[in-house]
Design a protein. Structure first.
Length: 343
């Protein structure tokens, strides 16, 4: 054999061995990645289990929410039975930053991605199929649907990204699914503050909650460094102040009380709020037994219990507390946010 032939065979052998080695490394990497994916899907002690499956807005006795448990179902709209909220979750392929639903109508505030990231509000039918999409001018923060499913509201941060610091601007819209009318900015409504017409450059409105008549609603008005509970009238396009130091109101099922977060004097600037309940008939303001700061629009789980989010290991957990005072807060759902009760 010539020296040239020996050199060629040696080089060929090195090439074959190198190719085999690289193929082996690729196989090991692929298997390890698959193992990691399987591990993410596998339940760890105390971690919620989420599995892909059908989710509808008509299944009574369920709690819907944005799933925050790690894995392929993270950020997807998910459901659990109200009777066993800690059980396995069913997750639909619908990712949302904020979500809410009532009477077969859903609203999903989500990121649009792309070269220039943006956000949109997606109106959903009872099977979570998109019905209509609205571009929104900021970062999603609040979403609500009226008890009948007719009216939908959402709030976004146009500038700033926190209610705590005070340097922020919001935009709140209401859409009527029956008439197709979109009211893109509630700040265009006439504000009656203490009985007098009011308009200021620093007015901000957020956190809509609807009454059962599909006309009245409640929200937060911030102006002059203070916040107020306002009652809105869609037909008259008016907002009337009712009570001060109220943020993110949530109307009770019977329409007589409003749960809200209240700034507490002396609290940290980063964690300034406590949950309170206002009786709209008497004006009585009652603090609930949750002593931690709640930066959320609480939800009435029923006529006696509030549901709200607090920081958790994977973003947020859902907690419950009696709305009448007393009792002890308890975690209802781990790794979840943006709940909606289907009854």
């Amino acid at each position: 054999m010539t020296p040239a032939g020996s050199t060629f065979r040696a080089r060929l052998l090195v090439l074959v061995l190198t190719t085999a080695l690289l193929a082996g490394i690729a196989a090991v990497v692929t298997l390890r990645a698959a193992d990691r994916a399987t591990e993410r899907e596998r339940a760890r002690p105390g971690e919620p289990v989420a599995r892909a499956g059908p989710v509808t807005l008509r299944q009574q006795g369920t709690l819907l929410f944005r799933n925050l448990a790690w894995g392929p179902q993270r950020d997807h709209v998910s459901s659990v039975p109200l009777t066993t909220p800690a059980g396995p979750r069913t997750s639909a392929p619908r990712d949302c930053l904020r979500f809410y639903a009532a009477a077969g109508t859903g609203i999903c505030l989500r990121s649009t991605g792309g070269v220039v990231p943006g956000h949109e509000a997606v109106l959903l039918d009872a099977r979570l199929r998109p019905v209509r999409t609205f571009p929104v001018p900021g970062i999603p923060t609040r979403a609500r649907v009226s008890p009948s499913g007719r009216l939908v509201a959402w709030t976004v941060f146009v500038s700033g990204d926190s209610y705590a610091g005070g340097a922020f601007s919001t935009r709140t819209a209401i859409y009527d699914t029956r008439t197709g009318i979109l009211r893109p900015n509630l700040e265009k409504f006439t504000v009656l503050k203490d009985g007098r017409r009011h308009r200021a450059a620093d007015d901000n409105l957020w956190g809509v909650t609807f009454a059962a008549d599909d006309n009245r609603f409640y929200a937060t008005l911030a102006t002059g460094g203070r916040t107020h509970l306002v009652e809105g009238d869609l037909t008259r396009r008016t907002l009337r102040t009712l009570h001060s130091n109220v943020e993110c109101p949530s109307l009770s099922p019977d329409g007589t009380r409003v749960a809200f977060k209240k700034r507490v004097p002396g609290a940290s600037a980063a964690t300034p709020w406590r949950l309170h309940v206002l009786d709209l008939r008497t004006g009585r303001d009652t603090a609930v037994s949750e002593r931690r700061s709640v930066d959320d629009q609480a939800l009435w789980l029923d006529g006696r219990t509030l549901l709200y989010a607090l920081p958790g290991d994977f973003g947020s957990d859902l907690w419950s507390v009696p709305a009448v005072g007393g009792g002890t807060p308890r975690m209802l759902l781990k790794s979840a946010v943006s709940p909606a009760v289907i009854t």
